[in-house]
Write a protein that binds this ligand. Sequence first.
Ligand SMILES: [Zn+2]
Ligand SMILES: [Zn+2]
Length: 312
Amino acid sequence: MKLTLPLFYLCFVAGLLAAITAPAPRYFDRTAAFQPDVATVVLLGVGTPVPHPSEFGPATAIVIGERVLLFDAGAGVMRRLAAAGLPINGVTATFFTHLHSDHTLGYPDVILTTWVMGRRTSLHVFGPPGLQRMTDHLLAAWSEERAVRVDGLERGTPNGYAVTVNEIAPGVVFEEDGVRVTAFAVSHGNWRHAYGYRIDTPERSIVISGDTAVSEELERVAAGCDVLIHEVYPVVRLKPEDRPGGELWPHYMRAFHTSDEEVGAIAVRAGVKLLILQHVVRMGGTDDELIAGVRRGGFTGEVVIGRDLARY
Ligand SMILES: [Zn+2]
Ligand SMILES: [Zn+2]
């Protein structure tokens, strides 16, 4: 059939109206496929600042029934949420461990892409002091787009990009239907505010280290938890780097991060059941070297090297 010009416009307008009036989609949302009310860990990105093609920026989802708690938002986080079958029009809440760029590069993606994908309610984010300022700057950076999306033919939801920022101190920061999230201070070099999180659910307790050097507070908070998700580097690979300032590299790593041997010792003392290693600063180290380091630290329990999109 040849489409006459008036008929073409009629179809165009009908399509546009259908798009405007359709209910907000929850694209890719397959949270129903997860065990109801059992907390599942989904590693969305296990990477570091290194733009590794198969290790996206740091991001971890904890899925409990329909609820999705997102911890950090590294580069590519929205693509990874889609790949994991999780909602791309807004998660239940987002928590930041600290404001290093590798953990926050996906934050504007979370704010804006969820909006474009149909978000209508405010995004709830939690994190250290400075998060409000970062959020204000991000919203300002994309201010030109908002008028185009809202007033133009896309008819974007006004205020669908809204963010409710909670700058938090250590303590219980989220509690809802038997799910509790507790922030605790960790030691990440000269960051004044860096947090780890403990997530308690009726079935499981999970601790996320964030970026940290050896932390007594983490060890105390992680005592008896089911799953410890911890950052790591292979100590046998640590040496000065061949670049200006590279002689300080080992000092930097010890002040900001935790070695495999140290993680092993922490996991033993905390009595964790499953240790998941992620945010691996490899320096050429292999998985076997990392596992051997954890064993030298004394941990004999289950330990895995995290991969993007793995579930536990
Ligand atoms: Zn990091
Ligand atoms: Zn960091």
